[in-house]
Design a protein around this ligand. Structure first.
Ligand SMILES: C[S@@+](CC[C@H](N)C(=O)[O-])C[C@H]1O[C@@H](n2cnc3c(N)ncnc32)[C@H](O)[C@@H]1O
Length: 405
């Protein structure tokens, strides 16, 4: 593994600067050609709560910042990679020197040696804390799942998904052509209802840049499949980076008004629609919680794919649990309710409102929809569904189709 320094830098972007892991790894091109180092970055994040627990048990005063990060890297190397213990410890010490942390080498060395000898079997005895380290979620969230899902919580939390990349064909290119292109390239794939899981995205980069295919999670494709369409323009109230807007525009040859709160994210919609050669997406900067008079009752189809915790997408974004607190969740739910209530105003009589999240926590899903239905008797629930994680690459999204009288 050559790129340990880059792995350290990507991780410090995640832990110390608040970057998303997917963005952090892209910043260090060496990681993209060093599978081991790339895997190490994800592995450290996927073992966050276990490492925190063990560091607390193995040190009198747990270190902070860079030192803690070096320990987490070392522990992941010792546990998850076929590297002899002494080589793993030395590699981390060398990395510490190269990133200007030579002064802590002795400490890091000593803790990792102790870890290799007596730390690998350390687990909490309290059942909730044990579930927290096994499921890589904070304790408050484990308790929340237990409260909301009851007996089903443990299975949901301990499912170990295999991370897979899901591709969908551009509608004009088609699934048969994409299957053939994957075969021609000797790419291993697994077919799904909406596209293909592929092992190696690098091998299909030309298909992506030519707009013949795109990376889209199974769960997102499933939401789009269930968005009713009966003509006219579609309103996508929370649209960036544009995945669903573009697919809906392609599929229905419809104009999609694609809003997002942030200008920089609206630019992502623009770029994505251009890459997919779709000209009917209209990117719009707009705060979806505010009412816009001229849109009232004007759309037969409105999508509210609201901001959420992302807890259902942990398989590909393990970092979403790193800094979330219970009060963040309360604030997210409040915004979700505001967005759903505003979206409802734009639905024409007889039209459909689709509420969607990439969370599997009922308080962001069914509970929001039930709250809505209690306050808006002109809407009824036509369908609601969670993605089956076995089909969704370990991910579990939610959508509800609400019909307006
Ligand atoms: C789950 S993402 C949408 C994903 C998108 N539908 C797709 O498929 O590519 C939620 C989006 O809501 C946006 N957002 C957050 N608050 C908003 C608001 N008040 N009004 C409009 N968009 C908002 C976020 O910037 C984020 O891009």
């Amino acid at each position: 593994m050559k790129s340990l320094v880059e792995a350290y830098r990507a991780l410090s972007d995640v832990y110390l600067k608040g970057s998303w892991i997917g963005e952090a790894v892209k910043r260090y091109p060496a990681l993209l050609s060093d599978k081991g180092a790339y895997r190490l970055v994800y592995s450290v994040v996927e073992r966050e709560f276990l490492s925190e627990y063990r560091i607390a048990r193995l040190t009198e005063k747990p270190p902070k910042g860079a030192v803690k990060l070096l320990l987490k890297m070392g522990m992941a190397l010792l546990d998850e990679f076929s590297v002899p213990d002494h080589a793993a410890v030395n590699a981390v010490a060398e990395t510490a020197k190269k990133v200007g942390k030579g002064g802590v080498c002795g400490f890091v060395n000593a803790v990792l040696r102790r870890y290799a000898k007596e730390g690998k079997e350390l687990y909490p005895t309290d059942p909730d804390e044990l579930l927290s380290v096994k499921s890589n979620r904070p304790l408050w969230l484990v308790k929340r799942y237990e409260k909301e899902l009851g007996a089903a919580a443990e299975t949901r939390l301990t499912e170990k998904p295999t991370v897979k990349t899901h591709l969908r064909p551009a509608v004009a290119f088609g699934k048969d052509a994409l299957r053939q292109a994957l075969k021609d390239k000797n790419v291993t794939f697994e077919e799904t209802e909406y596209g293909f899981y592929v092992g190696e995205v690098g091998a299909v980069s030309d298909l992506l840049s030519e707009g013949k295919a795109t990376v889209m999670s199974y769960g997102s494709a499933e939401v789009c499949e269930n968005v009713p369409y009966a003509g006219g323009k579609i309103l996508d109230l929370c649209a960036a980076p544009g995945g669903k807007s573009v697919l809906l525009a392609e599929k229905h040859k419809a104009e999609v008004v694609a809003c997002d709160l942030y200008e920089h994210r609206v630019e992502l919609i623009e770029k994505y629609a251009a890459r997919m050669r779709v000209g009917t997406v209209k990117p719009t900067v707009w705060d979806g919680t505010r009412l816009r008079e001229e849109w009232k009752q004007s759309f037969q189809t409105v999508l509210a794919d609201v901001p959420c915790s992302g807890f259902g997408s942990l398989a590909s974004n393990p970092d979403v649990v790193l800094n979330r607190t219970e009060s963040d969740l309360a604030a997210i739910v409040k915004t979700q309710k505001q967005l759903l209530a505003a979206a409802a105003e734009y639905v024409a009589p007889g039209g459909a409102l689709v509420y969607a999240t990439c969370s599997d926590l009922p308080s962001e899903d069914e509970d929001v929809v039930n709250w809505f239905l209690k306050t808006r008797e002109e809407f009824s629930l036509e369908k609601q569904q969670y993605t089956d994680p076995a089909l969704g690459g370990g991910e579990c999204y939610y959508f509800a189709v609400l019909r307006k009288r």
